[in-house]
Design a protein around this ligand. Structure first.
Ligand code: FES
Ligand code: FES
Length: 219
């Protein structure tokens, strides 16, 4: 189990989302898409409404929380209306449309929701967005090169056939990126330890380990 202090994305797309089961009320791809768009839109409307009508003062009312936050996501400041009990995974996926971050267990057990905050791999399902402050959040979308190139870890995962179903892959990649930025030349055991908070139900662990070692060696 990953250190809970270690706060925490690959396979993009509808199939992974359809396989996720993270929103059981969504029975079809079309209804899921409509739901996500609706929530994103409502978030935008709520944010606008707050901006237009709700905030005649710069200060939140006593006992309340300022809901309109500025978050640094993938190097850009994003303004977003955040509920007091909202997790970063929910904000990323349903307010900001960054669906590369997956939600699976939604209780800090599987690592599918891993993002990197100030260089530390972090479970976004177990991080309140209001606790993020001005720290730098990186998601799988932030790994894209200026011309759309894959990050070396992403390429290594493809080369080593890491993803099977692929749902856990974004989280696996973000954990690997955090590790290699802190320790560019890890031993296989260090990689195993760093990736231990990312479960793969397909059991492709050796493939993932091989991928990270390949990326580290620049093969
Ligand atoms: S979805 Fe966050 S740890 Fe499983
Ligand atoms: S590749 Fe299927 S859960 Fe990891």
């Amino acid at each position: 189990m990953k250190d809970p202090v270690t706060f925490y994305p690959g396979a993009e797309g509808d199939q992974a989302d359809a396989d996720s089961g993270d929103l059981s009320i969504l029975r079809s791809r079309s209804s899921r898409r409509a739901f996500i768009k609706g929530v994103i839109a409502s978030g935008a409307v709520a944010g606008s409404a707050t901006f237009l009508f709700g905030c005649t003062s710069d200060r939140p009312a006593a006992g309340s929380v300022e809901r309109l936050l500025s978050l640094n996501i993938n190097g850009k400041v994003r303004r977003v209306d955040v509920l007091p009990n909202e997790t970063l995974a929910m904000t990323l996926r349903y307010k900001l449309g960054l669906t590369g971050t997956k939600l699976s267990c939604d209780r800090g057990e599987c690592g599918a929701c891993t993002v990197v905050i100030d260089g530390v791999s972090t479970y976004s399902c177990s991080t309140l967005t209001h606790m993020v402050g001005d720290r730098q959040v990186r998601t799988i979308e932030g790994l894209e090169g200026p011309n759309g190139e894959l990050h070396p870890v992403q390429q290594a995962m493809i080369d080593e056939l890491g993803p099977q179903c692929g749902f856990c892959t974004p989280g696996q990649i973000m954990s690997a990126v955090a590790l290699l930025e802190a320790n560019p030349n890890p031993s296989r055991e260090e990689v195993r330890h760093a990736m231990s908070g990312n479960l793969c139900r397909c059991g492709a662990y050796d493939h993932y380990l091989n991928s990270v070692m390949r990326a580290a060696q620049g093969v």
